[in-house]
Write a protein that binds this ligand. Structure first.
Ligand code: ADP
Ligand code: ADP
Length: 236
């Protein structure tokens, strides 16, 4: 089953073409890794899925991306509805300087959820999904910035999954973390795919081999290879 379908997607920053005619089907409830050398277009492609490129002056796109059959690039009107369906996690953990609890309910509050019991339940559900609940359940009022960076990254993941998006974009989510925290997040990604479609940008081939189901190799703005990860990384 396909979550995202890219049809002849191209992108320019002013005159410079950064994505070239990419057609791809990204499977639902799987982890797809985007790998390739620095500057090949991984982050640019990731930013197409939530229309973050719209914020960049001089950025122009052609082609289309369909999310569950609906156009992302030609989505009319309010982008917040789209962004609710596509969550994003960045390289550096970026919790807000607020309590753990307020970080997790942030998106729900924006959606107008006020019921305390609904929020409490969502906090527990999201923190459990992010493998952080047992560590923080007695300190939900503590400032998020007091957590370790590995915990902060899991908190950011909890914040993203709290609004139950369909797709979770992860832009080098472990490259600022120590090896143990990295393994915890890798393990977490493989459990999250039961509920979400994950797209993981990584420069780490071993990580792609460890966690992803599918791998897209990018080079110079093109996807030059897309296959099941097991087939790519096992010797013939
Ligand atoms: P990082 O890979 O450290 O997250 P960025 O995503 O900001 O860094 O940038 C990735 C690449 O895009 C770099 O090569 C950078 O020079 C280039 N880049 C980023 N923003 C701009 C910009 N506004 N104009 C031109 N090049 C940019
Ligand atoms: P990667 O994530 O694979 O390192 P990027 O998507 O960041 O690659 O960059 C792809 C190309 O687009 C690079 O040549 C980069 O310099 C350029 N680029 C990235 N962001 C911008 C931007 N905001 N403005 C202009 N050029 C950019």
């Amino acid at each position: 089953e396909t979550a995202l379908e890219l049809n002849q997607l191209s992108l320019w920053y002013d005159d410079k073409q950064a994505l070239k005619d990419i057609s791809l089907r990204i499977p639902k409830n799987r982890i797809t890794a985007l790998i390739g050398p620095s500057g090949c277009g991984k982050s640019t492609l990731l930013r197409c899925f939530n229309r973050m490129n719209d914020l960049i002056d001089g950025c122009r796109m052609e082609g289309d991306i369909l999310l569950e059959q609906q156009s992302i690039l030609h989505h009319a009107g309010d982008l917040s509805a789209l962004r609710r369906r596509v969550g994003m996690v960045f390289q550096r953990p970026n919790p807000f300087p607020k309590s753990i609890y307020e970080n997790v309910v942030y998106g729900l509050r924006l959606q107008g959820v006020r019921d305390r019991r609904v929020l409490d339940e969502a906090v527990e559900r999201a923190l459990r999904a992010a493998a952080l609940w047992s560590e923080v359940k007695d300190s939900l009022r503590q400032n998020a910035l007091t957590l370790s960076s590995g915990q902060q990254q899991r908190l950011v993941i909890a914040r993203a999954v709290a609004i139950e998006p369909e797709v979770l974009l992860l832009d080098e989510p472990t490259s600022a973390l120590d090896p143990i925290s990295t393994l915890v997040i890798e393990e977490l990604m493989t459990t999250l795919k039961q509920h979400f479609t994950l797209i993981l940008v990584t420069h780490n081939m071993q990580q792609a081999a460890r966690v992803s189901d599918y791998t897209a190799f990018m080079h110079n703005g093109s996807v030059v290879e897309f296959a099941q990860t097991d087939d790519l990384f096992t010797a013939p």
